[in-house]
Design a protein around this ligand. Structure first.
Ligand code: NAD
Length: 519
């Protein structure tokens, strides 16, 4: 394990983030407490999105390796589920400290594989760390309920108990935060965990797995496999796996929800988005424009809560030129370069897709106010960069409106009043997040009350709830009935046992059998 960590150490070379090994490192599997080289014959290249250089190779785990991983989870569950809740809490208390101590190393690995800026990558780790910190409250979170004296001498109480082996399937855009939504919550409840990170950004997960081991998690409590469809199908089908947490696109999420549910598993599936920011003419202009630009173009728009669609209401339409000026001022650069605001997209294919969606807007009659397609980044000519792009005069039927773009593109629609804006948002199939910018409390209340979206910000552009709440995307952005982290996360990863007990004094012993339904 220590050799593995050494080989994947990230450092700066000629001003660029690199792995320390001269040869391309291979990403290991984490099975039964060991970091092992896969025997697979199928490997995928991992690229630095700023240069497109191959920086590592990740295996598609073999069937045998995936079986070994799930068997390890099953064996470990027997003792882990019986470990005291205080011991589990102690492990996660140590874990949160290790993550804090290594936040910069984790962030570097994210920037190298995912492309986002170092500051943003630290935010990615930090938001995951907060979930680990919350998991440390498990001694309160897992409390059951009691009601004494249900009838004479009879009390009822409930236990929250783990469900078994749980699995997580993660996307590429938050290499730390999203895996940290998954296994800490599952494990602290007493479950063991099989994680499949995105095959495009697996290194951060491996560093997190090593830190969890260092924090004292017993062998087999967390296993990590790599791969694509075969690994996903394995997770959906294996009978020992009782629950699946998925985050990613609708295409994969709906498939996993259906296949996993058909096999009797609990599935929670967080999926795509089209988040609208409604700008009222009474809003604080300075704040609103800065917040819109930050939330549309931060992380190069590769956030499920990116504010990718603005609705300018009434007089707010006249703010467009200033919006464009602020977007223009953002610096596009490799994520490890000082002052970078917008990093590259994950792959050349993602870049081509984003560019073609921009073109579709032009072809369908929208107005391209700022075009980032031909951006040149000195020293990084082969990177997957798209600069901030703003398309106005967009209408609901256009492809750039109906599809999630997942790039640094803000599309702008107009509305005459608040009712029209609400109607637009509610007619969009996604329900992940939205924000309203206003200084009027009644307007804000009407919006939060009438809009049919799971997470609403009032003068808050990216309203991702802290982990004492849950991540509550809805409609086309979510399948399942219990959300990620917070109280709902505990509910997802536990089952309830209800005990009704009667202790009668000897002189109250029953004289004959009671054959009627007890009431
Ligand atoms: P993705 O769906 O391509 O990949 C997610 C995971 O599913 C990966 O582990 C991948 O290996 C697997 N996968 C991919 N295609 C599959 C298929 N056809 N069948 C089975 N498995 C498949 O998603 P991505 O590109 O990594 O991430 C971006 C997407 O994730 C965006 O749509 C974004 O909105 C969404 N996302 C949603 C949230 C949320 O909380 N709602 C958070 C982050 C990202």
């Amino acid at each position: 394990a220590s050799r593995w960590v050494l080989r994947t150490k990230v450092h700066l070379k000629a001003g660029r983030l690199c792995y320390s090994s001269s040869s391309v490192p291979t990403v290991k599997l984490f099975i039964d407490g060991k970091f092992v080289e896969s025997k697979s014959s199928e490997w995928l290249d991992i690229h630095n999105p700023a240069t497109n250089e191959v920086i590592a190779r990740v295996p598609k785990a073999t069937q045998e390796e995936m079986l070994a991983a799930v068997d390890s989870c099953s064996r470990a569950f027997r003792s882990w589920s019986e470990t005291s809740v205080l011991s589990r809490q102690q492990i996660f208390l140590r874990y949160q400290q290790l993550i804090k101590d290594n936040i910069k190393e984790l962030a570097k690995s994210i920037t190298l594989e995912q492309g986002k800026t170092l500051a943003d990558a630290e935010g990615d780790v930090f938001r995951g760390l907060q979930v680990v910190e919350h998991a440390c409250s498990i001694t309160s979170l897992m409390l059951g309920e009691t009601l004494p004296s249900i009838t004479k001498d009879m009390d009822t109480y409930t236990y929250r108990l783990p469900i078994g082996v749980c699995a997580g399937i993660a996307p590429f855009n938050f290499p730390a935060m999203i895996p940290l939504w998954m296994f800490p919550m599952g494990m602290v409840c007493g479950n063991t965990y099989l994680l499949k990170p995105s095959e495009r950004v697996p290194t951060c997960t491996m560093l997190l797995a090593k830190m969890l081991q260092d924090a004292g998690a017993p062998d087999g409590t967390l296993n990590v496999i790599h791969g694509q469809h075969a690994a996903v199908n394995f997770i959906c089908d294996h009978p020992a796996i009782k629950a699946i947490s998925f985050v990613g696109s609708n295409q994969a999420g709906e498939y996993i929800y259906e296949r996993g549910s058909k096999n009797g598993k609990r599935v929670q599936s967080n999926m795509g988005a089209k988040n609208h920011g409604v700008v009222m003419p009474d809003a604080n202009k300075e704040n609103t424009l800065n917040q819109l630009v930050g939330a549309a173009f931060g992380a190069a728009g590769q956030r499920c809560m990116a504010l990718s669609t603005a609705i300018l209401v009434g007089e707010a339409r006249s703010w467009l030129p200033e919006l464009v000026e602020r977007a223009k001022a953002l610096r596009v650069n490799a994520g490890d370069q000082p002052g970078a605001d917008v990093g590259p997209l994950i792959s050349p294919q993602a870049r081509d897709r984003v560019c073609s969606l921009i073109q579709s807007g032009v072809d369908e009659g929208a107005q391209l106010l700022l075009d980032g397609r031909n951006v040149k980044v000195k020293g990084y000519e082969s990177g997957n960069f798209v600069g901030p792009t703003i398309i106005s005069k967009v209408r609901p039927g256009m492809k750039c409106y109906t599809e999630e773009i997942f790039g640094p593109v803000l599309i702008v629609l107009e509305a005459d009043g608040l009712d029209d804006a609400i109607c637009l948002v509610n007619n969009n199939p996604y329900g992940n997040g939205t924000a309203i910018f206003t200084t009027n409390g009644a307007t804000a209340r009407k919006y939060t009350h009438e809009v049919d979206v799971g997470q609403v910000g009032v003068n808050v552009p990216i309203p991702v709830p802290l982990p004492m709440f849950s991540f509550t995307g809805s409609r086309g952005s979510f399948r399942g009935d219990t959300n990620f982290y917070g109280k709902q996360g505990i509910q997802f990863y536990t089952q309830i046992k209800t005990i009704t007990s009667q202790w009668k004094a000897e002189d109250a012993t029953l004289k004959s059998p009671a054959v009627t339904m007890p009431t």
